[in-house]
Design a protein around this ligand. Structure first.
Ligand SMILES: [Zn+2]
Length: 149
């Protein structure tokens, strides 16, 4: 003989505010962008690869990287996508692009905004330059966007 169990459901929301640390490397990376308009990477002592954004350990050699190097504010676009729809969290008013950018002096790619939206003007291999925010807020968006040069 089975017994039916009444199930009660209570609906509600639990607010869980949180903060997390960016870590020492990202902290320094973001600080240099905002305070000094410098884009910094770290160089592997074994293979010489320069990582931007900086990583603590080389993905190729597994060496700890501690040598900070400044890379260029200009770079080359390796890929892109155009954003045409808006949401409340968008950093720019569409249309704009997200680009995969290799900064001069870096060996890794960096994803950031490009303020160009015309697909005819966006090209793989095009050159771009960082535009820094006038009032930095210790965020990656202290590089406001990259512009075509
Ligand atoms: Zn390495």
């Amino acid at each position: 003989m089975s017994e039916e169990i009444e199930k009660k459901i209570y609906r509600g929301r639990i607010k869980v505010p949180y903060k997390h640390t960016a870590g020492a490397y990202v902290e320094r990376f973001i600080t240099e962008i905002g305070k000094n308009n410098k884009i910094m990477g770290v160089k592997c002592p074994k293979c010489g690869k320069v990582y931007v954004p900086p990583k603590m350990i080389c993905f190729t050699c597994f060496e700890k990287m501690e040598e900070w190097v400044e890379v260029g504010k200009q770079g080359t676009v390796k890929g892109f996508t155009v954003v045409t729809h808006s949401t409340p969290v968008m950093p720019l008013e569409p249309p704009y692009a997200y680009g995969i950018i290799t900064l001069d002096g870096a060996d890794t790619d960096f994803v950031h905004l490009i303020n160009e939206s015309d697909p005819k003007k966006l090209k793989i291999g095009m050159r771009v330059e960082a535009v820094f925010k006038e009032k930095p807020r210790k965020r990656i968006l202290d590089i406001e966007y990259f512009k075509a040069i």
